[in-house]
Design a protein around this ligand. Sequence first.
Ligand code: GLN
Length: 546
Amino acid sequence: MKYIFVTGGVVSSLGKGVASASLGALLRARGYRVTAVKIDPYINIDAGTMRPYEHGECFVTASGAETDLDIGNYERFLDLDVPAGSNITTGQVYQEVIRKERAGDYLSQTVQVIPHVTDEIKRRIRAAGEKAGAEIVLIEVGGTVGDIESLPFLEAIRQFRFDEGDENVLFLHLTLVPYLGTSHEFKTKPTQHSVAALRSYGISPDIVMVRSKEKLPPEITRKIAQFTSVRENRVFSSYDVSHVYEVPLALEEQGLGKAVEDLLGLERTMPNLGVWTHAVKTMKQPANEVTIAIAGKYTAMPDAYLSMMESLTHAGIANDAKVNIKWVNAEELAEAGAGELEKQLGDADGILVPGGFGIRGIEGKIKAAEYARTHDVPYLGICLGMQVAVIEYARNVAGLPEANSAEFDQYAPDKVIDLMPEQLEVEGMGGTMRLGDWPMQLNAGTKIAELYGVPQGGTVTERHRHRYEVNPAYTDRLKTAGLTISGVTPGVQGRGAGLVESIEIGNHPYFVALQAHPEFKSRPMRPSPPFAGFVKAALKGQQAAG
Ligand code: GLN
């Protein structure tokens, strides 16, 4: 197994995840079995308990891990489902070391950062690679070189090279080269300092990758090479592009794939980059354009909905369309009268209500679902977006004006959305939801079954992350009122059988909602079926209107 470690310098939020994922894409395009590991040096066990407003979305893996959004980038760029254990945090490492200490595994020893913590870090990296059956493991170390909390990880990766040998371990350092508009200069000093800092921990980068506004001019590349002692043909420029899917192409053009093969002692192979060239071409010259209104809570932080937006992009590629997003603040919608509602949603070709937690913005989301239903606007509801659609239908069609979710009103007379029975005994908040891959049994003749390519009915799998469900006590009433329950959980190990997985409304151009999060499985080359169908319906509605 070969290992590529990616560290970052100068500032955070440089797009280290995208740059590493793009390198992964170049290796995948050459046929290597690649997997990715993201290290987050915070003490949380996982990303499930953090605010999306600060860290962006929590990405859910097939195994049910609640991870950093970069794992989502890796899955999309590498077209892979990462195995459990691919998002390593300080919390996990210490929890395990302390558990072993209590169990007596280190009896008579003094338990220390070196070697016990560093050994545990190395063990986790190797285990993730083995579980994936990978030839190359790409490991991104979160944070910035010099952060106190990253130190044990840097020490562990320094040792890694020593353990595995030079030809099996590659260090790539990503930094920022700012451009000063006033003096029209690229400034390399922060990069020099950052590489020097990395060396002070015993790590010499083999490749320096530079984030910059524009492609670096050769004299700047030369200067960086000189000051960092990294050869000029190993200094790469990851410059700003209009969409992240251009990054693999921009890096391949500079020879990154070849450089990595050379450094790891691999034979040079030809990449097949068709997926990326096709995606970029469609995105740059789309035949169509649609506008999707997203009624959400974190409208000022698009990263909180990263996978969903990527899924819309994938659906756009499949429909040869550019998808414009119109963010609609759900809290403001709640108070909106008919005129304001029309202003906010009237120009949208489709309305999407995403997943979410907590009462804030709920009434606005319910209004958005109502608007879509009554105005024949294509609607896609995801997780909470399905729950609000059910509440809306119960209130306005099924004659239950006080219908609500127990999440928002424990004392509501008609809790059409309620806690799942297995959630009643749950005590802690971390990793306790219904998480990860669960099957959905789709019914014959429904729109969703057709979208997933099982028109006669069948089972498909999507990722989940929720505590509440459609209350089984109300399904008959909802059905009588005309709501279609299009999918349910088949009995899996006795758990969850019959849970409503998806709904739809007949006599509507497209009203589809799922309890699951299909956005987590969408890929540039394989769009998520409900998203692709949604964008298609939005386009159709637009053509009909025009
Ligand atoms: N808050 C809802 C639940 O827990 C929806 C969750 C979500 O949208 N991810 O069931």
